[in-house]
Design a binder for this molecule. Structure first.
Ligand code: MTE
Ligand code: HPA
Ligand code: MOS
Length: 764
């Protein structure tokens, strides 16, 4: 029997894992910079909102070792990094609009010299009144774009007719991406004014495009490359363009290579985060707790420019009923302008905010009715027609949350755990326990339909080795490993035969951001298509030469079988080469079936949905607000997983990142609009100690994709973040137990202080 070399579906180690452990994985800062490379540093605005009266760069420019000192006036092309809307500068233009905005950039022979020169820059401001909060922006109707609405049925009439109604507000906090590798770019001038950029970006094409604009060059004069990021989490979808444009304009001005590696504190101050939201709602329901109508509005803190805010608010609106069927929904989104960092994509892209609000509503209704929240969740699940349609008109054809939830509930012994925890609480006056089991339903596809495309480039060399490029970027999520598995399986060769090259805009053009969890769906199919093209050419040639039909040629076990004979893959390749068969091909993929009309807010924006569920138990100390998670059990649907080891990593990591967002991570501004949580000293991401004491994640064994996704897998990058909701609602459950008979509603993040204050406010 031939060895199959099949790796798709196997728990193959991440291709960077060993290199990362050994410190051999190369990041942008590890690239040996060319001789004479200058280092960049930026002067950031200390005002939330002010007119720039004057900028004096003379002393900085004269400082020994400085190669360039620039402000917006020195940009040869466009001062523009807006991904959707225009008018988003990378250097402050005439006004500053947040504390932390880059105003002046300096490149010098060392970072120390650049910092010293920065101190010599004189900027005169004239203060303007800032808008700092969502509430203030709402009151002033200070928006980045027109409010947007999705609607089904008649929520107002259904609310009026509902047996019960509840009105309320809810909020979630922001979240910093805290990628371990900060923002960084290296710009190296080439001949003829061309510019080569190495950027830690999820979106090399965007960097290419914005740098070309900044330098007034056509796109074909700029290339952007990266091998990997040390984490992106959405924070490197658009904002690396700011860093790259600054590096590029400095390099252009100094006529020298420039590296801009942003300090952690500056990164915090300059770049946007997950949007904090203010949610207002009214829900109508019957005696059983069946949801009848929902009128809900989401107001996001957008920051000083739009960036991706409107698309993120859209995704919150799409996810505002999570797994639940609600016949009458009006959901309205407000992209608020504030004089703060421009908030941006972050794992889930508005989905988490929409879904968390849905869970808050369901949880609150359950408590009002004295029912177990899980029972209420199950009662409201999408089901058979007519209970299968979302408020944006997409039919839910692949619903499995009910099955996953039932399996997890049985597995953890939900009913017994409920009784045990009730018994504990009855006899424990200070410590209180809580539990929650929450579902996730996440739409997979970019909702801006044009982004759902990808390309790939495959070369087969005459020694039988294979080089692979695709449109996606590696940020730790294992995309490169998965695509290598897919291509190796197509050629039926060992995984080591396939080597992936750095992502490069010169090799695969016009790429979408690696985002929306669609990386392996899109690039996997594109790479598979390229491999199949080359295979077909080889097969056609070998079949012809042997006088056999093409169906007699089979790639298996590192061999190519032609009828009754078999030859090693590399010999087949050599033969094909000798016969002048092209051994290089591009591949392309576009997601089928999807469409969305933003004008009517109806369509089928998602190719399919990804599902999961999480069960969490928590203990709180009602005297201090401190808490710990005693147990977390995750069950997630990755379809037919391409790589269960990597996918489990995504499930665990996503959960912990979601838990951090909803618990200890707090973004806090002072009254002047200055971000005061801008370093690990004040901004608390979860560490090992914060993990649930008993922690288990599993992929759902019955996972399957009813759509023809790559090998029937499901996207797994973002959805598990929302499993973290269970941590929040376990705390909510414990808080409720601390003040029986009273309503004590948590908002996120449920920091220990907030747990304490919520109990105190509700206590008799
Ligand atoms: N996992 C790691 N380790 N690092 C990351 O930066 N980003 C997440 C997710 N998982 C991220 C990650 C986000 S925001 C997205 S959209 C997806 O990975 C992107 O990759 P994919 O489409 O290949 O899943
Ligand atoms: N998800 C993530 N990133 C995006 C999206 C999306 O739906 N649209 C544009 N960028
Ligand atoms: Mo992920 S937020 O779509 O980069």
């Amino acid at each position: 029997m031939l060895e199959t070399f099949k790796t798709v579906g196997k728990p193959i180690a991440h291709d960077s894992a060993a290199k990362q452990v050994a410190g051999e994985a190369l990041y942008i800062d590890d690239i040996r910079a060319p001789e004479g490379t200058l280092h960049a540093y930026c002067v950031l605005s200390r005002k939330a909102h002010a007119r720039i009266v004057s900028i004096d760069l003379a002393a900085a420019r004269a400082y020994p070792g400085v190669g360039a000192a620039i402000s917006a006036a020195d940009i040869p092309g466009k001062n523009e990094v807006g991904p959707i809307y225009k008018g988003e500068p990378f250097l402050a233009q005439g006004i500053v609009e947040y504390i932390g905005q880059p105003v002046v950039a300096i490149a010098a022979s060392s970072i120390k010299i650049a910092r010293a020169a920065a101190k010599l820059v004189r900027i005169v401001y004239e203060d303007l009144p800032p808008v700092l909060t969502i509430e203030e922006a709402l009151a002033k109707e200070f928006y980045l774009a027109k409010p947007y609405q999705m609607k089904i049925g008649d929520a107002a009439a259904a609310l009026a007719a509902a047996p019960h109604r509840l009105k309320g507000t809810f909020a979630n906090g922001a979240q910093d991406h805290f990628y371990l590798e900060g923002q960084i770019a290296l710009a190296v001038p080439q001949e003829g004014g061309e510019m080569a950029i190495w950027s830690s970006t999820q979106h090399p094409t965007e960097v290419q495009k914005m740098v070309a604009g900044a330098l007034d060059l056509p796109a074909n004069a700029v290339t952007c490359e990266l091998r990997r990021m040390g984490g992106g989490f959405g924070g490197k979808e658009t904002q690396p363009a700011i860093i790259a444009c600054i590096a590029a304009v400095l390099a252009y001005t100094a006529k020298r290579p420039v590296k801009y590696r942003v300090d952690r504190d500056d990164d915090f101050m300059m770049t946007g985060k997950r949007h904090d939201f203010l949610v207002r709602y009214e829900v109508g329901y019957d005696d059983d707790g069946r949801l009848l109508a929902l009128d809900i509005s989401f107001a996001a803190r957008g920051g000083h420019v739009a960036d991706l805010t409107t698309s993120i608010v859209d995704r919150a609106l799409f996810h505002t009923t999570n797994c639940y069927f609600v016949p009458h929904v009006t959901a309205t989104g407000y992209a608020c302008k504030t004089h703060t960092q421009s908030n941006t994509a972050f794992r889930g892209f508005g989905g988490p905010q929409g879904m968390l609000a849905a869970e808050h509503v369901v949880d609150r209704v359950a408590r009002r009715l004295g029912k177990d929240p899980l029972a209420l969740r199950q009662l409201n699940f999408f089901g058979q027609a007519p209970r299968d349609v979302t408020h944006y008109g997409q039919r839910v054809e692949d619903f499995v949350a009910d099955k996953i939830v039932a399996e997890l509930a049985a597995d953890v012994g939900y009913a017994e755990r409920r009784r045990a925890i009730d018994a504990f609480n009855a006899s424990s006056p200070v410590l209180k326990k809580g539990l929650a089991l929450t579902p996730v339903m996440f739409g997979v596809s970019f909702t801006a339909i044009q982004f759902n495309q990808a390309g790939a480039l495959v070369h087969v060399y005459t020694d039988g080795s294979i080089a692979l490029n695709h449109a996606g970027t590696e940020m730790g999520q294992g995309l490169h490993t998965k695509i290598c598995q897919i291509v190796a399986d197509e050629f039926a060769v060992p995984l080591e035969t396939v080597r992936i090259a750095a992502t490069n805009t010169g090799k695969v053009p016009n790429t979408s951001a690696t985002a929306a969890s669609a990386g392996s769906d899109l690039n996997g199919k594109a790479a598979q298509a390229a491999a199949r093209t080359i295979k077909a050419r080889i097969a056609q040639y070998l079949a012809g030469a042997a006088g056999l039909p093409e169906s007699e040629v089979l790639f298996a076990g590192g061999q190519v079988q032609v009828g009754a004979t078999s030859l090693p893959f590399k010999d087949a390749v050599q033969k094909a080469y000798n016969a002048r068969i092209q051994l290089s091909a591009t591949g392309f993929y576009r997601t089928p079936k999807i469409h969305f009309d933003r004008a009517t807010a109806k369509g089928r924006p998602y190719y399919y949905f990804a599902y999961g569920a999480a069960y969490v138990e928590a203990t709180i100390d009602t005297l201090t607000g401190e808490y710990a998670f005693d147990r977390a059990e995750l069950l997630h649907d990755a379809g037919r997983s391409l790589n269960p080891a990597i996918d489990l990593g995504q499930v665990e990591g996503g959960f912990v990142q979601g838990m951090g967002w909803l618990t200890t991570e707090e973004i806090w501004f002072d009254a002047s609009g200055r971000l005061r949580t801008h370093a690990p000293s004040t901004y608390k991401i979860p560490i090992a100690r914060d993990l649930p004491r008993q922690f288990r994640a599993r992929l759902w064994a019955a996972g399957e994709n009813r759509e023809e996704s790559i090998h029937r897998s499901k996207a797994v990058g973002e959805p598990p973040l929302m499993l973290g909701n269970a941590a929040f609602f376990a705390l909510q459950d414990a808080v409720a137990a601390a003040v029986p008979g009273r309503e004590a509603l948590l908002v996120a993040p449920a920091t220990p202080e907030r747990v304490l204050m919520t109990i105190a406010a509700a206590a008799p």
